[in-house]
Write a protein that binds this ligand. Sequence first.
Ligand SMILES: Cc1cc2nc3c(=O)[nH]c(=O)nc-3n(C[C@H](O)[C@H](O)[C@H](O)COP(=O)(O)OP(=O)(O)OC[C@H]3O[C@@H](n4cnc5c(N)ncnc54)[C@H](O)[C@@H]3O)c2cc1C
Length: 357
Amino acid sequence: MLVQKNVPLQAFNTFHILAKAHALARISNVTDVQTLLATPEWAQMQKFVLGGGSNVVLTGDVKPLVLKVEVMGRRCVGETAKAFIVEAGGGENWHEFVAWTLAQGYLGLENLALIPGTVGAAPVQNIGAYGVELQDRFDSLDAIDLRTGVVFTLNAAQCAFGYRDSIFKHTSASDVLAGHQALGLKDRALILRVRFALPKPWKPVLGYADIDKKVAAYGGSQPTAQQVFDWVCEIRQAKLPNPEVLGNAGSFFKNPTVTAEQCADIIARDPKVVHYVLADGSVKLAAGWLIDSCGWRGKSVGQAGVYEKQALVLVNRGAINGPDGATGGEVMTLAKAIQTSVYERFGILLEIEPVVI
Ligand SMILES: Cc1cc2nc3c(=O)[nH]c(=O)nc-3n(C[C@H](O)[C@H](O)[C@H](O)COP(=O)(O)OP(=O)(O)OC[C@H]3O[C@@H](n4cnc5c(N)ncnc54)[C@H](O)[C@@H]3O)c2cc1C
């Protein structure tokens, strides 16, 4: 394993922001991490774990040692009466892994097709789409402690999954949801392998308008997992910019949750607000709608812009491999301006979804 210095990161982040890593190591296995930790030059240095770079905003050159996860492999490791237990290396491409599970007859990840990034990053923000979140199919994971080199295993409860959230996004006990593991693992753990419990028997997760339209067009009978996979790919390709063409990090803000009273107050001022009532009575608001109604769609700061077809997505208007694209500073200036105007109009502070470094 080789540590490279001054490594360009433009191709390693889907926003295609120009930045360098002062030092970058490619991690293929546990020994690579343990070797680094045994080397005084690298052992004490702060670390930043990088997967596919599809959920990060680089605001400058990255000073911590970048650990690019390239742990590979996928296999079925067991079977219970209710599920196949399927494992994948943290460096596996998420979408290719989903496609592979379907080809093997392990069903249940199809709603999460075409999400960019790696398997190892999927638990970090508990990825979700079209009614399924990673936690619904999660079994356990193996990670390595970046201070001690010790490998440990976590189950779902220990990962403290929440909406686009987990123990891997928090640094300290006070920061983590009450009742879960006492210590946050942000920048402390590198996820080596993730195991999924893929249900038997399988049934489709429907109920999302876009998918239900496809079901109706197909004739209304129960679709196969492959059909759901294909429809999700079609819907996503029509709605979201392809990061290989237009740099972006997907949804830039989380959908905010408010109380029923707060929602009633917003509806009184703006009856068209897009909202979904959750099981506990709280209400999720569509962040894209809030941004859109503040007039941001299509606007720009420098080369950072709000995507014309979906205001929730911020894009880099520069060429993906060119020298004059958006800087991280432009992206964050635009994001902060959006946060301010949504706050001033609706009293809601939008939370940024990608990791800002
Ligand atoms: C077009 C587009 C659409 C998207 N759609 C969705 C969507 O529908 N739903 C959704 O949830 N997300 C979505 N995303 C966001 C993104 O794809 C996911 O968050 C994805 O899981 C990030 O994976 P990554 O490998 O690129 O992680 P990176 O961006 O490299 O890293 C993200 C975070 O995870 C940490 N990390 C990465 N790998 C590891 C590891 N092995 N161990 C420990 N920590 C690690 C990093 O340190 C960082 O904090 C979308 C992004 C894009 C660009």
